[in-house]
Ligand binder design. Sequence first.
Ligand code: LLP
Length: 418
Amino acid sequence: MHHFTFRDGELYAEDVSVKAIAQAVGTPFYLYSASTLQRHIRVFDQSFSGLDHLVCYSVKANSNLAVLRLLAQEGAGADIVSGGELFRALKVGIPPQKIVFSGVGKTREEIARALKAGILMFNVESLGELRVIAEEARQQGQKAPIAIRVNPDVDPQTHPYISTGLKKNKFGLSVEKAYEAYLQARQDPYLEIVGIDCHIGSQLTQVEPFVEALQRIKLFLQRLEQAEIKVRYLDLGGGLGIVYGQEDPPPPKEYAEALKRTLEDFTGTLILEPGRVIVGNAGILVTKVLYVKEGAEKRFVIVDAGMNDLIRPALYGAYHEIVPVRSTTDQTEVVDVVGPICETGDFLARDRELPKVNPGDLLAVMSAGAYGFVMSSNYNSRLRVPEVLVYKNKFYVVRQRERLEDLVAGEEIPDFLR
Ligand code: LLP
């Protein structure tokens, strides 16, 4: 459920006309709906009611400060993967006791800063990292709270680039290595074992892989218990999928019920790290048609947003629904919607049946709130686009369009070239 709807043939975000925003800020731009974000975080959180749990929103999915602030106000914690995300989370007032730090390549500096901040726990992904965390904790004269990320070897049945819980993936530690890590951590006076962690992938459209992963984690917990190692937090990561086109993912309630059933007698706190399911359908990318071109074999709709703005179609062959902001005709045609970038992979849709469009028309690329702006770049020296947040009948520019000066900020021509 989201708040992007048609009124008299024209697309609205909550109570604001998308066209009016385009006129005010220009195109392309990302547009988020605050009411949708609120709804999503509440529905997700309430699905787990009755269970001791903490929702740590996965900042990587959309890290705009306004989005984070809204989620913080709703009581969400944060799942971070870098010092940059720590900075953002703290800046919007997310309490450090609600922040978990994931990621395979945490640097010593990032670890030190997170320790100083007093985060809830480090989700540790290697024995080497465990050592560095212990060293930094020792330097700071405190204990570092840790969980080991276990790779349960479960197939999430999603795109290979976003599968993370298979043996061949770089994430986490195998059950054997994880056990070793716990034994090592127990010996270390500067480490405090507080949790166990696992994340098997993203855009999962079935509950079974989650349940299977959780069952394996539970078995592993029994083994830890035999070694008298107890954990308080069980972090099951994120990964719940959303509808882009024809998918039929379980609603949060069904996902939560399945997990509750599987958890049975677990008495600690369940941590969840949802990203996409909170922000994905709360955002769109608005772009303008520049040209319509008849190729030898195909018809191209050339728009002003490119793969640098939304890379998902190019990178994963991802499907995003595209709709005209104002529908003017019933006539449709099959087109490729492409951007201005000098790459054949620069497309937003291929062989897509769309209502006939003309230069100047606005198109909305739907379900673009997650892994949209955050994955954008300046490739082809394109300015990164603004982000706009709508709430009820008002809109707010929550990130300005970049200016040409921003493009070259930090660059310098050395003396010998002057
Ligand atoms: N926790 C961890 C440790 C993760 O690695 C991720 C996502 C999440 C939570 C959040 O997963 P979500 O609930 O959003 O599925 N760029 C790709 C998705 C990459 C996901 C990376 N990890 C895409 O555009 O589909």
